[in-house]
Design a protein around this ligand. Structure first.
Ligand code: DOR
Ligand code: ZN
Length: 486
């Protein structure tokens, strides 16, 4: 091999099974060799990385970049800049924008907004009662996956009825397409919230009281039932409660194709932080009591939970600090702080770097059909790499974040372990801790490299033949033959 574009020399290359000292040669958008330094080609550019670790860029399955609809909270440019500076090279954007991503026109607006992205992206289309007819067209036009807001949250999109959810799964199962589910029971939480409000509760903990863990348990159970029946692939967003893990464990054991994410806030924060944080902490599902934290770690370590996402949900400082908890918008930014927070826990030996790579990169790449192109540092893969320094210490500051939403529960938290450089398809999007502003627009849709493995639909023939078309040999208005008494 003659000269290549870039050679990163002497790094520790991390995969889920091992950490090896190796050099990485990159040409164009792809990695062309990983191996001993002596056998590397020369690079037009060379980067020494002794003592540094190379991770496949993180893939965040859950962000809200707010455009179209709420550009005062976040834009694709600001949100994806935050991703690039957080070692994240691929994000999946949620559909509760305005208009919601459930029509071709809304998708066109989202693609337009995404033209300024620093990082690669997937787009979750909306699965709701009104969008069932659009699912195939949305897939054709570029969505990678769907999202069902079974639990009510920002944007107030109506929860799909169970009928629509089943029908959506029946349609998507044969296609192998995965649906993200916000799994909380809307009727429980809306009723509880009304009760709290009528009782005059406006404090931070009233939000948790309105959204008890049973709302999550019930919704996960229902979604898994429909997924198992149809064979549809599902993804449980922001898993927050210890109590619902048994459902996931049992479903996985039975072969249901369910993947699960949790977020740093559910692993590291709890109600003890409520007094200090107030409305900043309001998000859905809520941050719960301390007893939930360790079981979520255990579930990550034993594979019940597959990955870390962030639910990056920016709102302005003013929208997060109103007097009544019910007036504070739900969610906070996270895509830029996930990696330093998790690396700090690795430094505390709560997990290994190999575990982290599995949760941040390998498992999301597999869940969304990207593995091979993404999620791995190997010849042939996209050169999506986070170069990290596990020794670098600092204090997270909301004032230095790229997001428009400069308000974060992590403000003031000491961390050890930072991404120094982020490469996306061979190009630096962050270098020496600084955003490479000329890289705006380098990000593109992952649709072209997505291959969902062959699906195993079950029981979907009821939908396709019996419901949508008249079975052969039956007159459209034929009176059914009288039933034999049982
Ligand atoms: O707290 C949340 N905020 N949870 C969600 O599920 C949505 C998000 C948002 O869009 O703000
Ligand atoms: Zn979300």
């Amino acid at each position: 091999m003659s000269q290549v574009d870039l050679v990163i020399r002497g790094a520790q290359v991390v995969s889920p099974d091992q950490i090896i000292t190796a050099s990485v040669a990159i040409d164009g958008e792809r990695i062309v060799a990983v191996g001993h330094d002596d056998v590397m080609p020369a690079g037009r550019e060379e980067l020494r990385a002794d003592g540094l670790f190379l991770l496949p860029g993180a893939i965040d399955s859950h962000v809200h970049f707010r455009d179209p609809g709420y550009p005062h909270k976040e834009t694709w440019k600001s949100g994806s800049a935050a991703a690039a500076c957080g070692g994240v090279t691929t994000i999946f954007d949620m559909p509760n924008t305005n208009p919601p991503t459930g029509t071709l026109e809304a998708l066109r607006l989202k693609h337009k907004a995404a033209e300024s992205s620093y990082v690669d992206f997937g787009i979750h289309g909306l699965l709701g009662d009104d969008t069932i007819e659009n699912l195939e067209a949305l897939l054709e036009a570029g969505v990678t996956s769907f999202k069902a807001f079974v639990g009510n949250t920002f944007g107030n999109l109506p929860a799909p009825t169970d009928g629509a959810l089943l029908e959506g799964f029946e349609k998507l199962a044969p296609l192998g397409i995965r649906t993200v589910v916000h799994a909380e029971n809307s009727s429980i939480l809306l009723r509880r919230q009304q009760r709290m409000e009528s009782a005059g509760r406006i404090d931070t903990l009233a939000h948790l009281a309105a959204r008890p863990a049973v709302a999550e348990i019930e919704a996960i159970g229902r979604v898994l039932t429909l997924a198992e029946w149809t064979g549809a692939r599902v993804h449980i967003a922001h898993h927050s409660a210890a109590d619902s893990l048994f459902l996931i464990r049992e479903a996985k054991r039975r072969g249901v194709d369910v993947t699960v994410e949790t977020c740093p806030q559910y692993l590291l924060l709890n109600t003890d932080h409520a007094a200090r944080l107030g409305g900043i902490m309001r998000l859905n599902p809520p941050i719960r009591e301390a007893r939930h934290n360790q079981p979520l770690w255990d579930a990550l370590l034993d594979g019940t939970i597959d990955m870390i996402a962030t639910d990056h949900a920016p709102h302005t400082p003013e929208e997060k600090t109103r007097e009544s908890i019910w007036d504070c918008d739900c969610g906070f930014p996270g895509v830029e702080t996930q990696m330093p927070l998790m690396l700090t826990e690795v430094n505390r030996q709560r997990a290994t770097l190999m575990d982290y790579v599995r949760w941040s990169s390998v498992n999301p790449a597999r869940a969304w059909g990207l593995y091979g192109a993404k999620g791995v540092i190997a010849a042939g893969a996209h050169a999506d790499i986070a170069v990290i320094d596990m020794n670098r210490q600092g204090v997270l500051s909301q004032n230095r974040l790229q997001t428009i939403s400069r308000i974060s529960p992590w403000h003031g938290r000491a961390v050890q372990g930072y991404p120094l450089h982020t490469l996306l398809r061979g190009r630096f999007v962050m270098r020496d801790g600084k955003l490479v502003t000329e890289a705006a627009g380098w990000g593109r849709s992952v649709k072209t490299v997505q291959t969902m493995p062959v699906a195993r639909p079950r029981n979907t023939e009821h939908y396709t033949s019996a419901i949508l078309s008249t079975p052969p040999g039956v007159a459209p208005n034929a009176t059914p033959a009288p039933q034999e008494p049982l």
